[in-house]
Design a protein around this ligand. Structure first.
Ligand code: SAM
Length: 245
């Protein structure tokens, strides 16, 4: 696996520069981010998110952290009178777009990054992170922070792009290389940001490798479920209960 903390797309950069460059990507794409998601995935990201949100609801969690929550797409689907959702994201521009969707007393918005979460130990029943884990600079630190803020027995659900089935790879590659950067240029006027998206997906660990990283970070009951033949994947893990048999 590449050292993700030093790669920004195909470029080798320092971890500090990577963090800065990623911040600037989301600052620039925020106003058109939701529209671009619909166009790039032809709406399929809605199904992927629905799938993760359904699992989140089934977990019975009442106090949820949606890390890298961006414009609050997950939070808006998940928050209800029984369930409070705290969005945490370093991009004020992304969260501002989400906040403008309207008032929701069950959603909180906090600036912060995964590597250093601004919450006390054992605060949440569930942490969700959708298309965010690929963007953190220090993956192990982020997983350790997620584990810290989960109560023992609490769950992590992570939705991320992954490695598609081999038969699908040529079509997926063509779509990624030819269509997405053009859409990025046309709709969001940020082709570079969408080159980063494609390159970062390629550099990111595949399903099995990411599951191994979750286990190494101390999560138990680690499993994953491919969506759309592995284009996306939901990874799951649990913060173990000490001394549980
Ligand atoms: C692709 S967006 C996903 C937004 C939202 N979860 C969704 O599914 O629509 C990735 C988000 O990760 C955030 N991000 C970037 N670096 C981060 C970090 N170190 N810790 C937490 N979030 C980060 C970005 O600001 C951005 O809002």
């Amino acid at each position: 696996m590449d050292d993700l903390s030093r790669s920004f797309g195909r470029k080798r950069v320092s971890p500090e520069d990577r963090t800065r460059l990623i911040r600037s990507v989301f600052q620039r794409v925020a106003p058109r981010y939701d529209l671009m998601n619909d166009l790039m995935s032809m709406g399929v990201h809605r199904y992927w998110k629905w799938f993760m949100v359904r699992e989140a609801r089934q977990s019975g969690a009442r106090n949820v952290l949606d890390l890298a929550g961006g414009t609050g797409d997950i939070a808006w689907k998940l928050a209800d009178p029984e369930r409070a959702v705290q969005v945490c994201d370093p991009s004020l521009a992304m969260m501002e777009v989400g906040r403008r969707r309207g008032p929701s007393g069950r959603i909180g918005w906090v600036a912060g990054c995964g590597e250093r979460l601004p919450f006390h130990d054992e605060t949440f029943d569930l942490v969700t992170i959708a298309f965010g884990i690929r963007n953190v600079t220090h993956l192990e630190d982020t997983l350790s922070e997620i584990r810290r803020v989960l109560r023992p027995g609490g769950r992590l659900l992570c939705l991320e792009f992954s490695r598609p089935a081999p038969w699908l790879a040529p079509f997926y590659d063509a779509w990624s290389r030819l269509v997405i950067p053009r859409l990025g240029a046309w709709i969001s006027r940020n082709p570079d940001a969408y080159h980063y998206l494609i390159d970062s997906i390629r550099a990111f660990p595949d399903q099995e490798t990411l599951a191994g990283i979750f286990r190494a970070a101390g999560f138990s009951d680690v499993s994953y479920r491919n969506l759309s033949f592995g284009i996306a994947c939901v990874h799951r893990g649990t913060r173990p209960i000490p001394n549980a048999a």
